[in-house]
Design a protein around this ligand. Sequence first.
Ligand code: HMG
Ligand code: MG
Length: 298
Amino acid sequence: AFPKQVRLVEVGPRDGLQNESTPIATRTKLELIDRLGAAGIRYIEAASFVSPKWVPQMADHHEVMTGLTRRDGVTYAALTPNLKGLEAALECGVEEVAVFGAASEAFSRKNINCSVAESLARFEPVLERAREAGVRVRGYVSCVLGCPYEGEIAPAKVAEVSKALHDMGCYEVSLGDTIGTGTPLTAKRMLEAVSRDVPMEKLAAHFHDTYGQAIANLYAVLEEGIAVVDSSVAGLGGCPYAKGASGNVASEDVVYLLNGLGIETGIDLDALADTGTWITHAIGRPNRSKVGVALAAR
Ligand code: HMG
Ligand code: MG
């Protein structure tokens, strides 16, 4: 059965922008975050406390996290791959962070320079320190429906890593189809395996739209009970360690789908679409939201 309400996790300012090679002004990022909040988004992944050598676009994480205007009821989160990242995020007063692992050994090495087991061991102290600080931790698993280096990924491997993150205290595990190769059937099969080990209400779908399947895949997993969806305004994005990967599923498209299903989000679709039009102009990128393009043309 479909959920009555869905929580959207807007990852545009982070996943959407991290791959941009030309530096984007901090004030543009701050305006994006503010507009998203004004449109009714209640959870915004705003920055990433990773190495600036690895992801230069996120180098202004401190300025972004301390410069944003907090709105009541909105959570502003950041990625923290290790203790160094977490400490820096805590200094900025972050209220929630995320660790990110993978269901693929090769991707783990390319993305965070360690094996899956090493990454999990590295996350333990991050969770411990975050707990001390009263900061909730979300967990990501990448490559849940395919890996750019290893190809197919066994659902059992996704379940194993998801369970490890959940067991160590991640309040939610976001399942990333990093390269967008999944289809509704593989998405359902993967979710079936994971939800045997982690309760459905603790899982989120993080689908990229590289092969145009993200909305179909979302429909499939919503039907299974997924009630948290990660998306990016205007479908911005791509992963620096997954060549050819295009952006996340567009937030506007997700909201349109959910509206059609009678599922509540509390989001103002017109304001969201305007935000997509604005940011794509601001950074000189095409708008990859079909809904956004259609609404802008009216
Ligand atoms: P490393 O080189 O193994 O780390 O990188 P290290 O501990 O050996 O440190 C090397 C240098 O990095 C040192 O500096 C550290 O201080 C520095 P140096 O002495 O050489 O000047 N360093 C840091 N600097 C800033 N912030 C930090 C930090 N940690 C170490 N937190 C590391 C390991 C994880 C840091 C590196 O691999 C990294 O930053 N990777 C970034 C990966 C990334 O951001 N990928 C994109 C996000 S994941 C994603 O997009 C997928 C997702 O959307 C889900 C999906 O779609 O599937 C979430
Ligand atoms: Mg992603």
